[in-house]
Design a protein around this ligand. Structure first.
Ligand SMILES: O=C(O)CCC(=O)C(=O)O
Length: 267
């Protein structure tokens, strides 16, 4: 791992680093570690991403910020009735060669243990999803991810390449909580207001970000230019054996694992 992670800057066993990450994640729902990768590792990941990109599956969706269909029981203009479009291409875990540097990073027990401690968890496991455990997300000219909340408590991402312009990760940090949906503020942000509630996370190439998207509404602004935006998404869960549904696999990857149950029953 030493050859991929800038260990001079980030010693994964350094307790004060782990404490700072934990505090940042607990306070802000986000922890950004710029320059996590060495320059050589970043170069290798860019080369690998260029090679894998043609294998990606493209999908386009239209959904509310709650990643659900619109709920007509709410009044017009309500966030539950607001939709936005998203489009992205994804390379799935099973498409990464065994010698892939990104796969090596994801499968590293040192990285797993570092993430676990930064999140303050008793246990952390890699996803059992043969597609979703590790993704390379590719966004090209005109692509965007609309404002949304995640269904999970955390995601780990690594910025590999930025687009020429656009492609900003905008974050309405902890705009809602378990007690309060804050619909008025969410509506204001969806309508382009309340700039004071929105910040751009500095996802410079080589950055590792731990992010809680359940309470923070976020989006990726429209990509402009011919250079694709590359981000790696590393999936973990507190429970072992977590997999995604067949519906999600079909929409995000356009296929199911070989031998999967294909009678439409989700497992
Ligand atoms: O591409 C990114 O930086 C963020 C991805 C994201 O928000 C998502 O997949 O839900």
């Amino acid at each position: 791992m030493d050859s991929l992670i800038d260990s001079g800057r980030y010693d994964l066993r350094d307790e004060s680093l782990i404490r700072r990450c934990f505090e940042s994640f607990r306070r802000d729902g986000v922890c950004v570690l710029p320059g996590f990768l060495t320059k050589d590792a970043l170069h290798a990941l860019c080369v690998e991403s260029d090679q894998l990109a043609p294998l990606a599956h493209r999908s386009s969706t239209t959904a509310s910020p709650y990643l659900a269909p619109v709920d007509q029981s709410y009044p017009e203009g309500h966030p539950r009735r607001t939709v936005s479009a998203s489009s992205v291409e994804v390379v799935a875990y099973d498409q990464f060669p065994l010698e892939s540097p990104l796969r090596r990073l994801y499968e590293s027990d040192d990285v797993l243990e570092f993430v676990r401690q930064c999140l303050g968890l008793d246990a952390l496991h890699r996803y059992a999803d043969p597609f979703g455990a590790l993704n390379l997300a590719i966004m090209r000219d005109g692509d965007r991810l609309g404002w949304h909340f995640d269904m999970t408590d955390f995601v780990v991402s690594i910025a590999i390449q930025t687009s020429e312009s656009g492609g900003d990760f905008e974050n309405a940090k902890q705009i809602r909580s378990a007690r309060d949906e804050s619909y008025a503020e969410v509506a204001d942000v969806l309508n382009g207001g309340r700039a004071d509630l929105v910040r751009t996370e500095p996802m410079t190439p080589g950055t590792l970000m731990l992010f809680n998207g359940r309470w923070s509404m976020h989006r990726v602004t429209e990509i402009r230019g011919s250079r694709p935006r590359y981000v790696a998404l590393l999936a973990y869960d507190t429970k072992p054996g977590t997999d995604s549904s067949e519906t999600l696999k079909l929409s995000r990857y356009g296929r199911l694992p070989v031998g999967a149950n294909t009678n439409g029953i989700e497992t």
